[in-house]
Design a protein around this ligand. Structure first.
Ligand code: ADP
Ligand code: MP5
Length: 268
């Protein structure tokens, strides 16, 4: 049996809803073998981030060397990278170990408002990270921070997608969770064609880790050899189920339901 292997490089969320924990749950549910490189520990629950503790650059590099020396990931997802130094180290190791199928989720701010990326690291995202991206998945505020554009309309978001493609990403997904539309609109741009995925907006507090989960699902299916458009469509179905069948855990922004997608498939 050949198993698809997928690596997440991200921060730990002690509350289990976002970060490394969300990624590994997603990989497992989508039947890919998950590996992780930790960049930071956060003390976090559904209400707040109590503390952010980055690892040193050499600690991050050593984890990547351990994986590179033995386990060859078929795909990679990055989440919280915290600093320019960690971004540069990650980019250099991804090139050294020739890891393909790279999904970049340019995590900047937690839903509770805490900073997960230093302001001065945005230039490093542009210079070192985006050129490696098979798929980049910014939400609206992240796309604004990277491009410097203000994104009010769908046309603005398409313009931002073009900018991100010019910076070197093969495929751009501008996620619409933070938009005002009745339906959530995710815009996909592959350098030639725009595709819009429309889904019913759920009015729930339980959206902690939606971005992490969505990007992790894309990476899991890229690892299995799916095209990026197919992987994005499956990821969209996965996150929609996870938001709709919410679990009501914690008293703030609760996590999504990582079992929902497979539970529904079993019932069909
Ligand atoms: N309220 C919602 N209802 C349905 N889908 C949502 C909702 N919020 C986010 N999503 C979906 O979850 C994914 C993550 O979106 P978003 O919330 O914009 O990212 P982030 O978690 O990075 O802020 C996207 O595919 C988006 O369409
Ligand atoms: C370690 C870590 N990584 C990413 C997020 C973003 O998730 P969200 O935007 O849903 O808070 C988070 N809160 N914590």
């Amino acid at each position: 049996m050949t198993v698809a292997k997928v690596l997440t490089i991200a921060g730990s969320d002690s509350g289990g809803g976002a970060g490394i924990q969300a990624d590994l749950k997603t990989f497992q549910e989508l039947k890919a073998y998950g590996m992780s490189v930790l960049t930071a520990v956060t003390a976090q629950n559904t209400l707040d981030v109590h503390g952010v503790y980055p690892l040193t650059v050499s600690q991050v590099e050593e984890q990547l060397d351990a994986i590179g020396a033995d386990l060859k990931p078929d795909a990679l997802k990055t989440g919280m990278l915290f600093s320019a130094e960690i971004i540069e180290a990650v980019a250099s190791k991804v090139k050294q170990y020739e890891i393909n199928n790279v999904v970049i989720d340019p995590v900047m701010i937690a839903k509770g408002g805490a900073k997960l990326l230093q302001d001065e690291a945005i230039e490093a995202v542009k210079e070192h990270l985006i050129p490696l991206a098979t798929v980049i998945t910014p939400n609206i505020p992240e796309a604004e921070a990277i491009t410097g554009l203000t994104l009010n309309t769908i046309a603005d978001r398409k313009e931002a997608a073009k900018h991100l493609h010019e910076l070197g990403a093969q495929c751009v997904v501008i996620k619409g969770g933070h938009g005002e539309e009745k339906e959530v609109i995710d815009i996909i741009y592959d350098g030639e064609t725009f595709t819009q995925l429309l889904n019913e907006r759920q009015y729930t507090e339980n959206t902690h880790g939606t971005g992490c989960t969505f990007a992790a699902a894309i990476a899991a299916d890229l690892a299995k050899g799916m095209s990026f458009l197919d992987a994005i469509r499956v990821a969209r179905a996965y996150i929609q189920a996870a938001i709709e069948d919410d679990l009501h855990i914690g008293s703030g922004h609760g996590p999504t339901n990582h079992w929902a997608y497979q539970n529904r498939r079993v019932k069909v």
